[in-house]
Design a protein around this ligand. Structure first.
Ligand code: HEC
Length: 183
């Protein structure tokens, strides 16, 4: 519970910072903010090192990504299966970069908070997914599934592949960020 709140807080912070500041400032102010919220000492501790650990823990999918099997028939499934795991899982800087990439590339359709309510998505059928709701993911709500969706897209929908527009590394960073939106 506490972990989840932390993630959401970190995610929102990253999003806000990503929207309003250049990357250099973003890194500085976001780490200051998350550094103020260590997992167990609520208000008083300065905790320079606690924040990265706290933020990183839940991002790592320790359990096998069973949800990913929902994407078995989808393009790129075998390739992503081979990669096996998110190379930047738990990397707070990567998550922050992912927030910026999300604001630039995804928010137009999925909305600034990932609710699926972006202006460019209004007329689409199917509609852009509400990325905050676990239950709405059809092709995997874990790291591998989301990476596959981003890189290879969903045929026959507005969710076009990002392969060629973002590097794998950038896709993984966005995966980290999307994971912070889920509840
Ligand atoms: C042009 C509009 C558009 C943009 C831009 C867009 N998406 Fe989507 N996205 C969609 C639509 C439409 C769907 C629903 C596809 C479906 O229902 O089959 C979707 C679905 C998804 C899903 C859900 C897959 C599932 O398991 O159900 C994820 C995750 C996702 N998008 C992530 C992203 C990310 C991350 C970005 C930015 C890199 C992005 N999208 C950019 C339109 C968009």
């Amino acid at each position: 519970m506490r972990k989840r709140n932390l993630i959401v807080a970190a995610g929102l912070t990253a999003l806000l910072v990503g929207c309003t500041s250049p990357p250099d400032n973003a890194a500085g102010s976001a780490s200051t903010t998350t550094g103020g919220a260590p997992p167990s000492t609520a208000t008083s501790a300065p905790a320079e090192t606690a924040a990265p650990v706290a933020v990183s823990t839940p991002t790592v999918a320790a359990a096998p990504d069973l949800e990913f099997d929902k994407a078995k028939a989808m393009k790129g499934y075998a390739d992503v299966k081979k990669i096996g795991k998110n190379p930047v899982a738990g990397d707070v800087e990567a998550t922050k970069a992912g927030a910026t990439l999300f604001a630039t590339n995804c928010a137009s359709c999925h909305g600034p908070a990932g609710l699926g309510d972006g202006p460019a998505g209004m007329a689409l059928n199917p509609k852009p997914r509400n990325l905050t709701a676990f239950a709405e993911y059809k092709y995997g709500k874990g790291d591998l599934g989301i990476f596959r969706t981003i890189k290879y897209g969903v045929d026959g929908s507005g969710m076009a592949p990002w392969e060629g527009r973002m590097t794998d590394d950038e896709c993984w960073k966005v995966v980290n960020y999307v994971r912070t939106l889920q509840k």
